[in-house]
Design a protein around this ligand. Sequence first.
Ligand code: S6P
Ligand code: ZN
Length: 185
Amino acid sequence: MEGLVAHLLPHGQIEPSLVLRRYLSEIRGIYRDQEAVNKILREEGDRLVYEVYLGEVPEAEGHVAYCTTVIYPGTVGDEFHMTKGHFHARRDTAEVYLGLRGKGLLLLRREQGPYQVLEFGAGLLGYVPPFWAHRTVNIGDEPLVFFAAWPADAGHDYVTAERLGFGVFVRRLLDGYRLEEALGS
Ligand code: S6P
Ligand code: ZN
């Protein structure tokens, strides 16, 4: 491929890019309160939780993949909107996040060992080391928007991340959030 310059638009979209939209019905398994999921689907219909604007780069060794993620504000029960979360299929690959807008948390965990919770958002740069699964949570009242770059041949393993979870639930409080340890993490 040739070099390119893409546009970063005011709401965080990249142009050109491939847009992935994650709706609640598709990612419902990440939420603890399935009754709350059912209630939303029944009363409001499906809900757009987050979007990914993926740069058009070959998934091949040597390339750097990049995207922006826009997580809309909201809760499901008392849990905040968040990404599905994943390990990289090639575990020895890292990733860099740059917060562009909003307020969030970066949840990290290894397959064995402790988890980590980092405050992340506009003006902050997050580093996900090799071997750590990662999930982002929007704990604010506006979209959480961030840019990410990672080795393009890393691949994504959602299955292991779903099976292990991230060790904590992030619950909304009137004036912020509370972390609640998940059983068996
Ligand atoms: C890709 C990177 C992010 C996420 C995006 C959505 O390696 O970590 O671009 O893909 O934030 O999260 P998820 O867990 O649904 O892929
Ligand atoms: Zn990743």
